[in-house]
Design a protein around this ligand. Structure first.
Ligand SMILES: [Zn+2]
Length: 374
């Protein structure tokens, strides 16, 4: 019997940008790059910069996991790929050097900037907003780092909202822009997504000598979790960061669900700042938002009027927001009638029946809060 053809992918590093990688395989070309900056990597050791290229490669390779990988640069930290493959029950890949090698420029390892104890990955959504305001409550100001174009959708609105929030709350804000043609999307992107995110935040804030990088928690130990969501993987990864000379620990902050909205309403009162209206969570495409809102403006006029321009009303994130604000008595919702609440509850139960895929994304917290107000 003939042996099945070995899957091969070629990873090519650009000669101009040390963080610009392409992957060629039989399905075509994918790419991932950090663009519009020549300071990314500054303040981090050469080893940490090498690790970043390996992490970016892992994000490109994650959806396909080919057996053989050819590279035009010196591939360090192959243990990332070995662990990733092993996690999904695959044999470790064979990494082969191509003949024409590119030597990446090493960015200045000695750069130092203003010190911060913590950096937090900041998408502009509810959970990342919560991480910031919780620190503000403790009179700590973190460095917020936004990674633009990490996800397939909503990137422009997230970038705008995250920057506006930080300006309003006087939190220093840095943005790293990805050119993301990785094709790594959907649930499978979680094979590597959060490791890439955390490492990017850690490197961008390396000159600031941060000790802790905060990201969204909810990691677990079983194989039901993807590689970049697994608590043991994070232990190993934190160790790996230290080995490259990056003295930082990545910590996942566990978000509550509807409870988080209640806590934020309390924090608004305590800190005297407006938070919820600035949160960008909506899952609808921008062109759907107005359409979705129309129904709510007709049936629940006060809820619609008192919801932010980021709110479509109908996606699961916007329903989560409305539910939390009703349950935890957001003062801005004071004039909302029983009739509007009833409409919201009935419509949400109906929507869950109609779209079981969306209902699957709902937490126990969502269901119990909905039952309580219904
Ligand atoms: Zn929405």
């Amino acid at each position: 019997m003939p042996r099945p053809e070995q899957q091969t992918a070629t990873i090519l590093l650009s000669e101009k940008n040390p963080f610009d990688l392409s992957m060629l395989n039989k399905e075509g070309k994918r790419s991932l790059a950090i663009v519009e900056t020549d300071r990314f990597g500054e303040g981090a050791t050469k080893e940490t910069q090498d690790l970043m290229r390996s992490m970016m490669s892992a994000h490109l390779l994650g959806p396909v996991m080919p057996e053989k990988i050819e590279t035009n640069f010196d591939f360090h930290f192959s243990e990332i790929l070995n662990s990733l493959y092993d996690y999904y029950g695959k044999k470790k890949p064979r990494i082969v050097k191509l003949s024409g090698q590119v030597k990446p420029a090493i960015r200045d390892e000695t750069v130092e900037r203003k010190q911060f104890d913590q950096a937090t990955s900041h998408s502009g959504g509810l959970d990342s907003v919560y991480r910031i305001v919780k620190l503000l409550e403790q009179r700590e100001v973190p460095l917020a780092v936004h990674l633009k174009n990490l996800n397939a959708k909503g990137n422009f609105r997230e970038a705008l909202a995250s920057e506006e929030q930080c300006r309003a709350w006087e939190v220093p804000y840095l943005s790293v822009k990805l050119r993301n043609g990785s094709g790594s999307t959907g649930f499978e992107t979680m094979r590597t997504r959060d490791l890439l995110l955390a490492l990017t935040v850690a490197i961008e804030s390396a000159p600031n000598k941060v000790k802790t990088v905060l990201i969204e928690g909810g990691m677990g130990n079983s194989k039901d979790f993807h590689f970049s969501e697994n608590a043991d993987v994070w232990k190993w990864f934190n160790q790996l960061l230290k080995e490259t000379g990056l003295d930082v620990e990545v910590v996942g902050v566990d978000p509550g669900d509807i409870e988080t909205i209640g806590e934020i309403i309390d924090l608004e009162k305590k800190l005297g700042i407006s938070i919820l209206p600035m949160v960008q969570n909506c899952f609808s495409a921008p062109f759907q938002v107005d359409n979705n809102r129309r129904k709510w403006e007709r049936e629940t006029p006060i809820i619609a009027e008192k919801s932010s321009s980021h709110w479509c009303g109908s996606c699961h994130k916007c329903r989560r927001m409305t539910l939390g604000r009703i349950y935890y008595a957001d003062p801005r919702f004071k004039g909302v009638s029983k009739k509007e609440i009833e409409y919201f509850v009935q419509d949400t139960y109906h929507w869950m029946k109609l779209y079981p895929n969306n209902a699957d994304l709902l937490s126990q917290s969502f269901l119990s809060h909905l039952a309580a107000i219904g």
